[in-house]
Design a protein around this ligand. Structure first.
Ligand SMILES: Nc1ncnc2c1ncn2[C@@H]1O[C@H](COP(=O)(O)OP(=O)(O)O)[C@@H](O)[C@H]1O
Ligand SMILES: [Mg+2]
Length: 422
C-alpha cells in the first residue's frame, strides 16, 4: 500500500518529494540540512524544500493544526514569527502504520537559537541587548492579545540587528489569542514564566562552561523583566500633562519612535477644570525605522539595522543637499545605488552566506569608523568594505548555511521543479 498523506497549506508541490512515509527520525541524510537547532520536546529536522529550507516538526494532528493557525494569525498581526508552510496529515508508513502529523515552517534565514548566540562569547552589554530583544517580542505579543504560556529562550530565534538582536517567536503551541486586552495577571504570568525559564536556560549554559564569567543568569533574567516593564509603560500608560504643555505629546511620540514604535492613535482625556490633559497611546505599530527605510529604498531590514542605515542615508542626503531644498526620495534612491548596492555587490561570493546584507552594510560602516579613527583620516567606503571583507567577514562563521541541491528519496512522483508546472 502506498501512503497518501494530506497536505494543508498554500500550494507547494516541492513538499511532495519528502519521504513522508518514514518517521522523521529516520529521514535520510540526503534530505536533511544541518543547521543549529534549539532544545525541543518534539522531533524537529531541517530539510531542503525547493529553494527554501524548511523545519519539520512531528506532533499531534490537533497541535499541528493549532500551531499552524496561530502562526498565521500572529503574522497577520505583524508579529515576528516563523512562517507556517503546511500541516501534513494521514501519514502511513510502508506497512500501513500511522505516523504522526507534521507541521512544516519556513526556516528563518540567518537566525540563531540562543545557544548559538551565546557560544560566541557574549559581552555583558550585548547580553543585555539580547534580553531587550526578547522583551520587545513579549510586549508586542501582549499588545495584540497573545498569552504565550511557554515563554523561553528555546522558543525564540534571534537574528542580528546591528549591534543588537531581533527576536522571533518559533513555538506558538501553548499560546492563546484573546479578544480582550490581557489582564495584569495574565501578563504577569507570562513575565514570571519567562524570568524563570531565562534564568534556568542561562544557568544551564553556565554549568556547561558556555557563559561569559561576567554574566549572572539571575541578574540577566531580572533585566528582562525591567526591560519589559519599561517598554510596556512607555507604550500603554496614561501620562498627565498641563493643558498648556501640549508639546509634551510630541515628546511622547519621539520617545516611542526612539524605541522603534509609531503612534497610530492616541487617547486624550481632559479633567473637569481643564487644567490638565491625560494622554495614552492607543494604537502603536512596531518598526518605525524599518518602515521608513523600506519606503525610501526598498531595503527590508530589522529595526536597529534600519536605524543605522537611515543615519548613513540622512548624512548622505544632508551632504548632497548642502542646505538647499531637496527631494528626499530622489536622494534616498541615489544613496541606495551609489553607496548601499555597490558595497553589497562587492561582497565576495563565498562570503555571502555569512550575514544578511543590511547587517553587512552596518558592519562595514563600523569598520570604516574604526579605520578612520586608527588612521586619523577618513576612509572611502569601497576601501573600508574591501578591508572589512578580508579582515573581519572572512573570519566569521556562516550564519546561513548554503546547501547544495539534495538527492531526494521519494515515495511519490518526482516533480523536479514545480515552477515548470505553473
Ligand atoms: N522555522 C524555523 N526556523 C528555524 N529554526 C526552527 C524553525 N522551527 C523550529 N526551529 C528550531 O527547532 C527548535 C524546536 O522547535 P519548537 O517549535 O520549539 O519545538 P517544540 O514544540 O518541540 O519545543 C527551535 O528552538 C528552533 O531552534
Ligand atoms: Mg519549543
Amino acid at each position: 500500500m502506498t501512503a497518501q498523506p494530506t497536505f494543508t497549506g498554500p500550494v507547494r508541490t516541492d513538499i511532495l518529494t519528502l519521504p513522508w512515509n518514514t518517521p522523521l527520525e529516520e529521514w535520510p541524510e540526503e534530505v536533511l540540512v544541518a543547521l543549529p537547532r534549539g532544545i525541543s520536546r518534539h522531533i524537529v529536522r531541517f530539510v531542503q524544500m525547493g529553494e527554501d529550507i524548511a523545519a519539520v516538526k512531528e506532533t499531534t494532528l490537533e497541535m499541528a493544526n493549532r500551531e499552524f493557525e496561530m502562526l498565521r494569525q500572529l503574522r497577520q498581526r505583524d508579529v515576528p514569527t516563523v512562517k507556517p508552510i503546511a500541516v501534513v496529515t494521514d501519514r502511513l508508513d510502508d506497512s500501513g502504520e500511522e505516523l504522526p502529523a507534521a507541521l512544516v515552517t519556513k526556516h528563518l534565514r540567518f537566525s540563531m537559537p540562543y545557544r548559538a548566540v551565546f557560544s560566541q562569547t557574549l559581552r555583558p552589554d550585548t547580553a543585555t541587548r539580547f534580553v531587550d530583544a526578547m522583551a520587545v517580542l513579549l510586549v508586542r505579543l501582549h499588545l495584540i492579545g497573545f498569552i504565550w504560556g511557554d515563554v523561553s529562550l528555546s522558543n525564540v530565534l534571534f537574528r542580528r540587528d546591528a549591534g543588537s538582536f531581533a527576536a522571533y517567536l518559533v513555538d506558538a503551541e501553548t499560546g492563546e489569542l484573546i479578544d480582550n486586552e490581557l489582564s495584569p495577571g495574565q501578563r504577569a504570568n507570562d513575565i514570571e514564566v519567562a524570568r524563570i525559564n531565562i534564568a534556568g536556560e542561562l544557568l544551564d549554559l553556565q554549568a556547561g562552561g558556555r557563559l561569559d564569567a561576567s554574566i549572572d543568569p539571575v541578574d540577566l533574567a531580572n533585566k528582562f523583566v525591567t526591560s519589559y516593564e519599561n517598554l510596556w509603560s512607555e507604550l500603554t500608560e496614561w501620562e498627565t500633562i498641563e493643558s498648556t504643555e501640549t508639546w509634551r505629546i510630541a515628546e511622547r511620540v519621539e520617545r516611542l519612535n526612539a524605541m522603534g514604535f509609531d503612534l497610530g492613535e492616541i487617547s486624550l482625556k481632559t479633567d473637569t477644570p481643564g487644567s490638565t490633559v491625560r494622554i495614552k497611546p492607543k494604537v502603536v505599530d512596531a518598526g518605525h525605522h524599518a518602515r521608513r527605510l523600506l519606503r525610501l529604498t526598498g531595503v527590508d531590514a530589522e529595526e536597529n539595522q534600519a536605524r543605522r542605515l537611515l543615519n548613513a542615508m540622512d548624512e548622505y542626503i544632508a551632504r548632497k543637499a548642502a542646505g538647499k531644498a531637496f527631494n528626499e526620495e530622489r536622494l534616498a534612491h541615489e544613496w541606495l545605488i551609489s553607496e548601499f548596492d555597490p558595497v553589497i555587490e562587492s561582497v565576495p561570493g563565498e562570503l555571502r552566506g555569512k550575514l544578511d546584507p543590511p547587517q553587512i552594510f552596518h558592519e562595514v560602516l563600523e569598520h570604516k569608523w574604526y579605520l578612520a579613527k586608527a588612521r586619523g583620516a577618513d576612509v572611502a567606503l569601497p576601501e573600508a568594505a574591501a578591508l572589512y571583507f578580508a579582515d573581519v567577514l572572512q573570519h566569521r562563521r556562516d550564519e546561513e548555511v548554503i546547501v547544495s541541491p539534495p538527492t531526494v528519496t521519494i515515495s511519490l512522483p518526482v516533480i523536479k521543479d514545480w515552477r515548470d508546472l505553473v
